[in-house]
Design a protein. Structure first.
Length: 300
């Protein structure tokens, strides 16, 4: 019961972040499962099986709030499912010793990307509620994002969401809602790949059930927060957490000494605090500029 509650809390927090940013459920959940001592393939399999339910709930919530472009969901999600199945198959074939540093390295890189993306260069904003992108752009993006997601324990959102937001041609809420909804196809395909490669015996019902319960409970709140929460600050904060969590695994892989470990942690925390400060300052400056422009716009 205690394990179920712990993982329900993990699932709730991860879905809250994912629903608001359009990324980081898998990255956050898998990072915490690795810290808990669960082997990489089982961790990713557990997260993706839980995501079958959480993404369904999240997609329904986003659809209810009008955040979903169904053409974007299909054009991105179907190739993503193909990539996810291949990624799950690849990870299932690796030994635990080989997979741990590989997965931690991917998650660490994604954490750095998320932190820098939201603190230094926030995504451009568009008001378009339908994506103009075609299959030529979305298909390769979906395959790559799906493969990274399944083989690295997370990455669908961190790869797909910034690519779409960075193009600046679709409203952020539509990007987040559509990416979250299309992840159902990715999670389902990855789950099939893991069940074929690992079998169901290695999976813990308490882990999967906890992540699922927490994620489903958080989905409606997260869909509402996507229109309210300052994404640059949240994205920067989450990126720092992911970096700290996976740096531990990487340092252990290279048998880093105590002095090196402490130095790395101190450096990461210092840079993390600085990045959050930059994100907050940028947000305040943007809001101040918008406030100054409002009277001018109202009088014309």
């Amino acid at each position: 019961m205690r394990t179920l509650i712990v993982f329900a809390i993990v699932g709730f927090a991860a879905q809250l972040v994912d629903g608001a940013l359009g990324m980081a459920y898998g990255v956050t959940s898998t990072s915490l499962l690795l810290v808990a001592g669960i082997n990489p393939a089982t961790a990713s399999a557990s997260v993706h099986l839980a995501e079958v339910g959480t993404t369904l709930a999240s997609g329904a919530a986003h659809w209810r709030f009008g955040n979903v472009d169904w053409k974007l969901v299909l054009k991105l999600g179907v190739p993503g499912a193909v990539g996810a199945f291949l990624g799950a198959t690849a990870l299932s074939a690796l030994s635990t010793e080989s997979a741990a540093p590989y997965m931690a390295g991917i998650l660490l890189a994604l954490g750095v990307y998320i932190l820098l993306r939201f603190s230094i260069r926030p995504p451009r904003v568009s008001a378009a509620r339908r994506s103009p992108h075609g299959a030529r752009f979305l298909s390769p993006l979906g395959v790559v994002a799906g493969f990274v997601d399944a083989s690295g324990g997370g990455g669908w959102g961190p790869v797909a969401t910034p690519a779409l937001l960075g193009a600046g041609r679709t409203a952020p809420r539509t990007v987040v809602g559509s990416v979250d909804t299309s992840e159902f196809l990715v999670a389902a395909a990855a789950s099939v790949g893991f069940l074929i490669g690992l079998g169901h015996e290695v999976l813990d019902p308490a882990t999967i059930g906890g992540l699922l319960i927490g994620g489903v409970l958080a989905a409606p709140l997260a869909a509402w927060l996507v229109t309210k929460i300052p994404a640059p600050v949240l994205g920067t904060a989450v990126g720092g957490i992911i970096i700290l969590t996976n740096a531990r695994v990487v340092l252990r892989t290279f048998d880093a000494g105590t002095a090196t470990t402490v130095a790395v942690y101190v450096t990461v925390v210092a840079l993390w605090v600085a990045a959050i400060s930059v994100a907050v300052a940028r947000l305040r400056r943007t809001r101040a500029e918008e406030a100054e422009q409002e009277p001018v716009g109202a009088g014309t």
